[in-house]
Write a protein that binds this ligand. Structure first.
Ligand SMILES: Cc1cc2nc3c(=O)[nH]c(=O)nc-3n(C[C@H](O)[C@H](O)[C@H](O)COP(=O)(O)OP(=O)(O)OC[C@H]3O[C@@H](n4cnc5c(N)ncnc54)[C@H](O)[C@@H]3O)c2cc1C
Length: 420
């Protein structure tokens, strides 16, 4: 039986994060929304200090672990890392979902290294200098011809036998934090490329491309509807050479239908990253829900949970529905993270929580704008911003439709080919 209580050790740790969300993020939320692409330096500096300490502890644990990585999980007991991550991400996104994406942390790139890297690669890429310094990371999978259908990836990698280096050529688009990761001297992007275009998903491999690599150029910064402070970039690779051991996992192409080895690495990454995206969605949803509830309370509308449904006003019913969806989305997220902490497979639950949380955040923030009227629509307040920020959670890390497909396949026992 899995308990959905958040342990005290995490609740206590998150108090500091709450302070950052309230005192550093919220006051600057509107400013950075209106000054798209400007870096939130106050936030970055504060999180840099915070993560230095956290990272140091994590690395000490990793270095004392036996054997080589490849996502090894504790055989017994509970690994708090993923649950702690979702609680922290939820709180930071309550502060500002876009600013959270500027955290000096490997984020999605880190999830890929954690999922498929060896222990040596985790130590090397998640902390380079041995002093617990956090570093930026990003993950580039999407291409102009490959979004939901990743088998269309055209970025190629080949091994130059003379130098024993991988050579990358191609273009990636919509890479979150790719600008930060490649601008900063200690950042990296995990790039998915094919080592065998004929092999489809089996040929897809993740490569760590470090900042400063010649032949790597950021060619576009997207202008966006929401999370505008977060940088989203297009990257071109022209004969970009990277060391042989910057490939995560094996270079072998093993074709086994839907279980093709290459794509399994991507799926393992999503098992960890989808609960984090769901948590971010739930942070935005909670911000909108709490704000609406508080403004309503000022007007004398306070929920009475003992009141029969037919005696409630439409507004009260909407408020209750917001709360119920918020709780359901959060519980699904906590379940997916908790299962991972116990070393259980959470693929189905990761997709479930991601699909539901993205949809929930979109619905709750729109409902907040609707219930609050002009106050919800005005740029004097943050509600309209939360509505714009929420929508991305329905799109990246697999759209809602794609995650629902994964859920349906898993429950009904269909293969990728049988249910498209
Ligand atoms: C702000 C932002 C940040 C991003 N960050 C990253 C990042 O860091 N790294 C990265 O690699 N990518 C990133 N992406 C890309 C994102 O993951 C893709 O946009 C997403 O996977 C969808 O791909 P697509 O845009 O090509 O849409 P398509 O795949 O063309 O889909 C279009 C629509 O069709 C639907 N659809 C597609 N196939 C099916 C199907 N089989 N059944 C039902 N419906 C279907 C989709 O759900 C969607 O609604 C980001 C995107 C945005 C907007």
């Amino acid at each position: 039986m899995i308990s959905f209580e958040i342990p005290d050790r995490i609740t206590n740790e998150v108090q500091l994060v709450k302070m950052v969300a309230e005192q550093v993020m919220r006051p600057k939320s509107r400013y950075y929304d209106e000054h798209e692409h400007e870096r939130p330096v106050e936030y970055i500096n504060m999180m840099w200090q915070f993560l230095r300490d956290q990272n140091k502890k994590r690395m000490q644990k990793l270095m004392s672990a036996n054997g080589h990585g490849n996502g090894s999980k504790p055989k017994e007991g509970f690994d708090f890392a993923v649950l702690r991550l979702v609680v922290v991400v939820e709180m930071l996104s309550w502060g500002d979902a876009g600013m959270y994406l500027c955290t000096p942390d490997p984020l999605l790139g880190g999830a890929a290294v954690e999922a498929v890297g060896t222990t040596e690669q985790k130590i090397r890429f998640l902390k380079r200098f041995g002093e617990g310094d956090p570093k930026w990371g990003a993950m580039a999978m999407t291409e102009p011809g490959a979004g939901s259908d990743t088998s269309g990836i055209r970025t190629k990698a080949f091994l130059d036998p003379d130098t024993n280096e991988w050579v990358l050529n191609g273009e990636k688009i919509f890479c979150t934090s790719g600008g930060l990761a490649l601008d900063e001297s200690d950042g990296f992007v995990v790039v998915w490329a094919t080592v065998d275009p004929k092999a489809g998903r089996a040929g897809m491999k993740p490569f760590v491309v470090e900042a400063g690599t010649p032949g790597v150029s950021v060619v576009k910064h997207e202008h966006k509807m929401g999370i505008r402070v977060s940088d989203t970039v297009s990257i071109v690779f022209q004969d970009a050479r990277i060391p042989h051991d910057n490939i995560l996992g094996s270079a072998d192409v093993q074709q086994k239908g839907a279980n093709a080895k290459g794509f399994q690495g991507a799926m393992k990454t999503f098992d960890a990253s989808r609960p984090a995206v769901a948590a971010s969605a739930m942070g935005v949803a909670r911000a909108a829900m709490e704000y609406t509830r508080d403004r309503m309370a000022e007007e004398g509308i306070v929920l009475d949970y003992t009141k029969p449904l037919h005696q409630m006003t439409a507004v009260e019913r909407d408020l209750m529905e917001m709360e119920a969806r918020q709780r359901a989305g959060w519980l699904l997220t906590v379940r997916a993270a908790t299962m991972m902490g116990y070393g259980q497979s959470n693929r189905l639950e990761a997709s479930m929580c991601k699909a539901r949380a993205g949809e929930t955040a979109t619905w709750i923030t729109q409902k907040a704008v609707e219930l609050l009227g002009p106050l919800g629509y005005s740029r004097d307040y943050l509600v309209e911003k939360w509505m714009r920020d929420a929508k991305i959670n329905d799109i990246y890390e697999g759209t809602k439709q794609i995650n629902l497909l994964i859920v349906a396949r898993s429950i009904l026992g269909y293969t990728r080919k049988e249910l498209k």
